[in-house]
Design a protein around this ligand. Structure first.
Ligand SMILES: Nc1ncnc2c1ncn2[C@@H]1O[C@H](COP(=O)(O)OP(=O)(O)OP(=O)(O)O)[C@@H](O)[C@H]1O
Length: 306
């Protein structure tokens, strides 16, 4: 078997101010695979992504291991991380308009993917990059300003920049949340086609169902369930995953969405027991005592036993 695109082992990240955003996350992405990281706002998805990119704010405490195509990110030098970004891992941001400098032409932004590595794109390389992502009349388009492009086209240009050097892994943080459903599907299809392996952060479970091979469900900085995306979504096992799925409207099913009551724990303190227990309808005595271990893709004292 070849080297995995990403192996995260027992990752802990604490931001300055004692915010324990990630608490013992382990993940693996095989070559060719798309893994979706899902969960409510604040559960630590972006923090995992920032760690993979080596872009945590100064003063953050990190332990564990993050191997990107075999290269250790945790504790790596600034130089190693700079080389890794773009060559080892490409990044697609959430908001394409925010990613582009409004007073620079699109071609300038795209060329930056080469400049950061001390290179200059060869003649025709920028045009080819846009062509590969279905941008019509790329030579003319390169000379345009970001505001002359649609959000979907700009997001294809960020994908072109992220994959310019064919990195083995691409990470994308809610890459289609600013797009309508049709454009979102087209952009996701483009992203998957051009990414050898993909870590996709998304809160949109229907998008995950259509585009991810596997998924990991995150709650309060921990992974509580992981598995084949279609199987997890069709038959969620963890009480939190069940609640997430039940909260999604299913047009035509005759079933009303059930919003998840309560809020996640504050991330300042050590958590005792299962972090989801205070919101869990299956909670039993003992759930608060110890954190359930991840066994067979599930971290739950009650469901895991049954
Ligand atoms: N620079 C920072 N300093 C301190 N706390 C931070 C910092 N960045 C994020 N946090 C906190 O860390 C926790 C995890 O944030 P993170 O952005 O990883 O969550 P998320 O699941 O990606 O949320 P969202 O879907 O809203 O982006 C949150 O409580 C957040 O407020």
């Amino acid at each position: 078997m070849g080297t995995s695109a990403l192996v995260v082992t027992d990752l802990h990240v604490t931001y300055p101010g004692e915010v324990r955003a990630v608490r013992g996350v382990s993940l693996q992405i095989a070559a060719g695979e798309t893994l979706a990281l899902v969960g409510e706002s604040g559960c630590g998805k972006t923090t995992v992504l920032r760690t993979v990119l080596g872009l945590l704010p100064a003063g953050s405490a990190v332990s564990g291991s993050v191997l990107v195509a075999g290269t250790e990110v945790v504790g790596a030098s600034t130089g190693t991380l700079r080389t890794l970004r773009g060559l080892g891992v490409g990044y697609v941001p959430q908001e394409p308009f925010a990613a582009f400098d409004p007073v620079r032409r699109v071609g300038h932004h795209l060329a930056e993917a080469w400049r950061v590595h001390g290179r200059r794109p060869a003649a025709g390389e920028l045009v080819r990059a846009l062509e590969e992502h279905g941008i019509p009349e790329p030579a003319d388009r390169l000379r345009q300003w970001p505001h002359q492009w649609s959000g979907g086209m700009l997001q294809r240009a960020t994908i072109a920049a992220a994959t310019a050097h064919r990195p083995p892994l691409v990470v994308a943080d809610e890459p289609t949340s600013a797009l309508d459903a049709d454009r979102a599907d087209a952009v996701l299809a483009d992203l998957r086609r051009s990414s050898p392996s993909l870590l996709l952060v998304s809160h949109d479970l229907s998008l995950v169902a259509r585009h991810a091979d596997r998924m990991a469900v995150c709650y309060a900085g921990q992974v509580v369930e992981t598995g084949v995306a279609a199987e997890v979504l069709a038959a969620p096992r963890h009480p939190y995953t069940r609640a997430l799925v039940a909260a999604v409207p299913q047009p035509g099913s005759g079933r009303l969405p059930e919003p998840l009551a309560g809020s996640p724990p504050r991330l300042g303190a050590e958590l005792a027991g299962c972090a989801f227990a205070p919101r869990c309808r299956w909670r039993e005595d003992g759930c608060d005592d110890q954190t359930p271990p991840m066994t067979g893709g599930l971290a739950c004292w009650v469901v895991g036993r049954g």
